[in-house]
Ligand binder design. Structure first.
Ligand code: BES
Ligand code: ZN
Length: 900
């Protein structure tokens, strides 16, 4: 990568192999804040000592956007210099005695538009320090392997900031002259500075006292703005469930007397796991049945769980350096996925959750792994760490942990976690340390046997392809399955070594009955799913005692994050869809059938066919819809066609408009052909009694919503006004946000004339509910494009009085919904979508580089585009890259994107 420049001088890549231990340790930190939006004073008293393992050298402290007023060493003034953003102290005492360092700085929270460090949101102070935001609060060794004990004193005007919070326990509070007051907090646990937090403002809390299994008492609090209390019950319930689950599943208790969650409307990310003081985007806290959908409720549960689980996986044991980010994120995503699954009573609901997680992996991570930003789960270098909070670190990282569990078993995995904590509690460690603990706790496992090779999942980027070919030998009554793996080159990695791939499989006979599995050398057959571990580039497995050619059900439960290439016939796929005992593969068979038809229509010459679907596919979907034993949630997933993004990934050359047209044609045909079935589905699933966001109700509402959309789609071409009328009525009468929003969406998605009226009613009903207004914006920006109608609508939305680019949720609801979630609307032959994108990237970069850099990734896959899109996209990216004063964040993304 070329040198990247910013105002402060050249910025180069940070490399993992350059890691060295810090030259100093910071044992204690005593911070005092005089909070003021214009000018906050920060007194930072640290006790340091030299790290005896590192050669004596100057102390270099990180700082950013700070005004430095004073530096004292052991109580006396001292010489220092600035080197770029670093404060350098060259003449510290050379002996082993601890050093008292006192630094006094000021900063301007109200001017902090990046939302990193100390900032103001709706009159309340918040902090965000991960990854490198603490340096925007005070000078420090801003790296995760420096763990210190914190004491924090907050002082502020008592009227405007009645609530003063920081990490740990409140040890003292009181009033001060001039209407001010103070609070002193002590965190009993050592922590890296990225876990520091403070909050000060006018807030109220829902409180709950709990007693743990071991008898310890804790206070749980969810802080929100006055007026939002009626939206905190679900977050609190999710927190209680998280505490119970981590103790039951892994024996990991809550280690604090007090655990707080605080919600803010201005947040770059979803939520943050600061020790004992989690800060959340309001989107992942606030919910009641009138304002939040089933999806919101489910997201809140998993995000609350995720941040809570970090308390052990991330906070008690943290990362040695940011290259190890997946150590905490991949593991914690795996834990939150497992938590959400365990809260599902029914196995079918667990399968639905797995399908949803895999869908995210395949539509977001697989493209990342095949594009210019591809990087290993443990990257080797980065320019801007903020750009590496990616779906690869998170979702692929979680799949790597899941494969470990597959290889050692569920109990073995818990034993591995136990050993990991026994060895490393209180330390900053690496991904190697985690994998080693898992292997050492399970010495007889495939993981232990294959550990160095298994760890290629951490070092090699790219999604492996797994090819499966079966040959039946009727005379020998045997079936030989050959599995072959390959992985394409990715940036900086031309050649890949074979991965360890756990392949969970079963065999079905022609009637769909599960067959016993018996390898040639086994004395006995086995029943049910078995996991075979592929380690070579190619391996064959011969199954015996088979009377007829079996149908293989491969990669059950999506046992590895790979692309599976198999030449199934339609008949085989229809059989798997109807009979497989593995619900994931049942869904997968339906997706393969739909994808095959989509690709045929896309690749055919001439205009888009009206009827891309055949009778066999439609009959299979009809059977699924009416199936007496399947869950509504599962039906909705099977009946949902593969997304435009997923379809695009299967093609070498992408014409986004053709993909959009074909998928819309398929959807219309599915709507028409099954019209009476959709009407039946709607009528039988529309009533669900009192609202509860449980899997059964959620599934029924999802299927009813889908049916309504299909019925309105058909009405559009038939001229029927009855179903749009029913949708409008349901929109008005709905008893919960899920049904209301689904009805509104049915009208908007089908382009019904009633949609405009419904939209304006919806807006006036909820104009004081910011999160609902976000949905209103997002629905319009992501609506299916009809003759280029979305971009003009998006321009109007930006001019709406409720639009505010500075609020990340609002910016995402319009701009990201359009650029990243609406390929048919965004990829315009006239390039106006790309022009819009480049303007917004540059505009956002002027005040919030982190959000801008995420938007910059919307054109990652430009090289796959057909003309005229490809050249127009490259020009748009080049226009952004040509801007001289870009942030490092955006510059890294566009530079990589344009690299050959
Ligand atoms: N540690 C992250 C939050 C974070 C991310 C801070 C990037 C700074 C930079 C937190 O644990 C997290 O992963 N949050 C996710 C949600 C989660 C459920 C996957 C997020 O914010 O998107
Ligand atoms: Zn996380």
């Amino acid at each position: 990568m070329s040198l990247l420049r910013e105002a402060n001088g050249p910025t180069t890549a940070v490399r993992r192999e350059d890691y060295t231990a810090p030259a100093y340790w910071i044992d204690t930190v005593d911070l005092s804040f005089d909070l003021d939006p214009i000018k906050t004073r920060v007194l930072n008293k640290m006790r340091l000592r030299r790290n005896p393992d590192v050669a004596a050298q100057a102390l270099r402290l990180d700082g950013e956007d700070l005004n430095l007023a004073r530096v004292l060493v052991n109580g006396a003034g001292c010489s220092f210099k600035m080197d770029g953003n670093q404060l350098v102290l060259e003449n510290l005492p050379l002996d082993d005695a601890p050093i008292d360092l006192e630094i006094f700085t000021t900063c301007a929270p109200e001017k902090n538009t990046q939302l990193m460090g100390l900032y103001v949101s709706q009159g309340t102070f918040f902090t965000q320090c991960e990854a490198e935001g603490f340096r925007r609060i005070t000078y420090f060794l801003d790296r995760p392997d420096v763990m210190a004990s914190y004491t924090v004193t907050l002082r502020a005007d008592k009227k405007r900031y009645p609530v003063l919070l920081s990490n740990g326990n409140l040890v003292e509070e009181g009033t001060l002259p001039d209407g001010r007051h103070f609070a002193k907090w002590v965190d009993p646990h050592k922590k890296p500075c990225y876990l520091f937090a403070l909050v000060a403002g006018e807030l109220v809390a829902r409180e709950q006292r709990i007693t743990s299994r071991s008898g310890s008492e804790h206070l749980l609090q969810v802080y929100v703005r006055p007026g939002d209390m009626d939206k905190t019950e679900h977050a609190m319930n999710s927190l209680i469930a998280s505490v119970v689950w981590d103790e039951a599943r892994f024996g990991l208790p809550l280690d604090l007397e007090r655990f707080m969650i605080v919600a803010t409307a201005d947040f770059n990310m979803g939520a943050m796991e600061n020790k004992g003081l989690n800060i959340f985007n309001t989107k992942y806290v606030l919910a009641n049945s009138a304002t939040a959908t089933d999806t919101d409720f489910a997201n809140i549960e998993s995000v609350v769980g995720h941040e809570y689980f970090h308390n052990w996986t991330g906070n008690r044991i943290t990362c040695r350096d940011w290259f190890q980010l997946s150590l905490k994120e991949g593991l914690t995503v795996f834990r939150d996925q497992d938590f959400s699954m365990d809260l599902c009573a029914e196995p079918s609901a667990r399968a639905v959750k797995r399908i949803e997680d895999v869908r995210v992996l395949r539509t977001a991570q697989f493209p990342e792994d095949a594009g210019p930003m591809a990087h290993p789960v443990r990257p080797d270098s980065y320019v801007e760490i903020n750009n590496f909070y990616t779906v690869t670190i998170y979702e692929k990282g979680a799949e790597v942990v899941r494969m470990m569990q597959t290889l050692v078993g569920r109990t073995g995995f818990a034993a591995g976690m136990k050993l990991y904590f026994a060895r490393h509690d209180g330390q900053a460690v690496t991904c190697d340390d985690f994998a080693q603990a898992m292997a050492d706790a399970n010495p007889l496992s495939d993981l232990a046997r294959l550990l160095p090779q298994f760890k290629r999942w951490y070092s090699q980027a790219g999604t492996p392809h797994l090819r499966a070919e079966g040959v039946f030998d009727a005379a020998a009554r045997s079936y030989t399955l050959t599995l072959t793996q390959r992985c394409d080159p990715s940036p900086g990695q031309p050649v890949k070594q074979p991965f360890v791939i756990p392949v969970a499989l079963g065999l079905l006979d022609a009637n769909g009955t599960e067959l016993p599995l018996q390898l040639a050398h086994w004395s006995q057959p086995e029943t049910g799913t078995r996991t075979f571990v592929l380690t070579e580039a190619s391996e064959s497995f011969t199954f015996v005692n088979l009377d007829s050619e079996p149908v293989p059900s491969l990669l059950r439960g999506f046992s590895a994050p790979v692309v599976l290439d198999v030449d199934y016939s339609d008949a085989q796929l229809l059989g798997l869809l109807a009979h497989d005992i593995d619900p994931f593969n049942r869904w997968e068979a339906g997706q393969r059938l739909a994808l095959r038809r989509a690709l045929q229509a896309i690749q055919a010459q001439g205009p888009v066919p009206n009827d891309p679907l055949d009778a066999a596919y439609l009959a299979a979907m009809q059977a699924v819809l009416h199936h007496p034993a399947l869950d509504a949630a599962f039906k909705e997933l099977v009946l949902t066609l593969p997304s435009e993004t997923y379809i695009a990934e299967q093609l070498d050359v992408v014409d986004p408009q053709r993909i959009h047209a074909v998928r819309e044609a398929m959807r219309e045909q599915l709507a028409h052909a099954l019209h009476s079935d959709w009407a039946w589905a709607f009528e039988t699933h529309k009533n669900n009694g009192a609202y509860r966001p449980d899997p059964i109700g959620t599934g029924r509402r999802a299927l009813a919503g889908m049916a309504l959309t299909m019925l309105c789609l058909t009405a559009r071409s038939s001229g029927d006004t009855v179903w749009p009328g029913k949708a409008y009525q349901r929109f008005k009468d709905a008893g919960n946000m899920t049904d209301r929003f689904n009805a509104l969406s049915a009208l908007v998605v089908s382009g019904q004339p009633l949609a405009q009226d419904a939209l304006s009613r919806f807006h006036s009903m909820f104009r004081h509910e910011a999160l609902v207004i976000d949905k209103w914006f997002a629905l319009q920006a992501s609506a299916p494009d009809r003759d280029g109608n979305v971009l003009p609508a998006v321009h109007q939305l930006l001019a709406h009085p409720d639009f505010n680019l500075r609020n990340p949720n609002r910016a995402r609801s319009v701009i990201f919904s359009y650029c990243s979630a609406n390929p048919g609307g965004f990829h315009r032959p006239d390039a106006a979508g790309y022009k819009f994108w480049s303007e917004r990237v540059i505009e956002l970069d002027g005040f919030n580089p982190q959000v801008a850099a995420r938007l910059a990734r919307a054109l990652d896959r430009w090289k796959k585009l057909d003309e005229p899109y490809r050249s127009a996209a490259r020009e748009a990216i080049a226009r952004v890259a040509a801007k001289p004063d870009l942030s490092n964040d955006v510059r890294e993304v566009v530079t990589r994107s344009l690299a050959d």
